[in-house]
Design a protein around this ligand. Structure first.
Ligand code: SAH
Ligand code: SF4
Length: 390
């Protein structure tokens, strides 16, 4: 059993929120109950969105009382939320005593994509990333990771009476918030299992995306454990430049990273007739990695690795040493890749009334003293918003 489902210091009760189906089955067997209770309770928690055993009407009253005595359903604490006119929703959540994370939901047509954090801060220090600049604080638990999905999903049922046949609100999850998910593997994988689990969020494996900067050995482990869509933060077409932008490249250079990507695809490719691709994310930094020569180098680099490209206009933050590439340079870069046969999308920029930017969310959270002020006197203007890459 995952340590987090054991009673924590702050509470002597087992938190059911972070338990996978198997873990919850073990939990029920362990308290002398039938295994099928796990399915029922998972549905109540994740699909119907309750946090109170008293509301679980198909569970006997005696068991509800027993559960209330020994277990709880406890997600992160929402300390602030912003719902924008265009449907974007953002939550600032407190985890543990003092750490803040953010989750952002971006609607796009029929899709609702939630960008989820895996760690508080990040140890990898990519030069263009504000999360990296704040350093690493701690890993999130499975309950804290899935809790972001739980909170976002429940937000669509607010004020409604409890219904057993609720439609799931979230359609896609991207592990692209704060942190490097492969460095918190043991909590991230169970959380993704819950995203895929029929009794919980029931998302298809193509609609759950893990984004990594390239922790090569963990990529192989990921392939052994779970099948989800993979996005790789590439950002440079050669090792010299990538060493500078994504320092983990010094440990796991491009040749090793791309070989690991091919191994990952190779595991699952046969099921899908070879159509599956890795999404290569590429942040567009003016004059640094955005020239036609870089695009041509990228075409060559990726020729043996089934890939599609997602160009991300750089999202500036205070004291960032980069500027966003000009629109015309991004379009020229895209054209070179498209002409070479790659699917190449550009992450959308929209004017918006909240700060919502996947991948650099929590530089703002760290700035705690100014945060309240900023929320009150919100500046508008053009902000980068994630649009689903899957
Ligand atoms: N650690 C993982 C996932 C979180 S970052 C990773 O690096 O992939 C999610 C995405 O946002 C990554 O592609 C990351 O490179 C990108 N990103 C980080 N900072 C950014 C910024 N300032 N502007 C645009 N994209 C950024
Ligand atoms: Fe960490 Fe990803 Fe930011 Fe790099 S881009 S510092 S890996 S969160």
């Amino acid at each position: 059993m995952n340590t987090e489902v054991m009673p924590s210091i702050s509470s002597s009760k087992a938190n059911l929120l972070g338990m996978t189906r198997e873990q919850m089955e073990d939990f029920f067997l362990g308290i002398g109950e039938k295994k099928f209770r796990a399915q029922q309770v998972l549905k109540w928690i994740h699909q119907i969105g309750v946090d109170d055993f008293g509301q679980m009407t198909n569970v006997s009253k005696a068991l509800r009382q027993k559960l209330a005595g020994i277990a709880e359903i406890r997600g992160p604490e929402v300390v602030h939320r912003e719902y924008s006119a265009d449907g974007t929703r953002k939550w600032v959540m407190k985890v543990g005593n003092n750490s803040m994370i953010e989750a952002v939901l971006i609607p796009d047509g029929d899709r609702k994509t939630l960008c989820v954090s895996s760690q508080v801060g990040c140890s990898l220090d990519c030069s263009f990333c504000s999360t990296g600049k704040q350093g690493f604080q701690r890993d999130l638990t499975t309950a804290e990771i899935i809790g972001q999905v739980w909170i976002a999903n429940r937000s669509y049922f607010e004020g409604e009476p409890i219904r057993e046949n609720r439609e799931r609100a979230i359609t896609n999850v991207v592990m692209m918030g704060m942190g490097e998910p492969l460095l918190n593997f043991d909590s991230v994988v169970p959380a993704m299992r819950l995203m895929l689990e029929d009794c919980a969020y029931g998302l298809s494996k193509r609609r759950v995306t893990l984004s990594t900067s390239g922790v090569v050995p963990m990529l192989d482990r990921l392939g052994e454990e779970i099948d989800v869509a993979l996005a790789v933060s590439l950002h440079a077409p050669n090792d010299a430049l990538r060493d500078e932008l994504v320092p983990i490249n010094r440990k796991y250079p491009l040749s090793e990273l791309l070989a690991a990507c091919r191994r990952y695809l190779g595991r699952f490719q046969s099921e899908e007739g070879g159509r599956r691709k890795i999404t290569m994310e590429y942040v567009m930094l003016a004059g640094v990695n955005d020239t036609p020569a870089h695009a041509r180098e990228l075409v060559k680099l990726l020729k043996d690795t089934p890939s599609k490209l997602n160009l991300i206009p750089f999202n500036p933050f205070p004291h960032a040493p980069y500027a966003r590439s000009k629109r015309e340079d991004i379009l020229a870069f895209q054209k070179i890749l498209a002409d070479a046969g790659y699917i190449c999308t550009i992450r959308s920029t929209r004017g918006d009334d909240i700060d919502a930017a996947c991948g650099q969310l929590v530089g703002q959270v760290q700035d705690r003293t100014r945060r309240a002020e900023r929320w009150q006197s919100r500046q508008d203007g053009s902000r980068e918003i994630f649009r689903s890459a899957t």
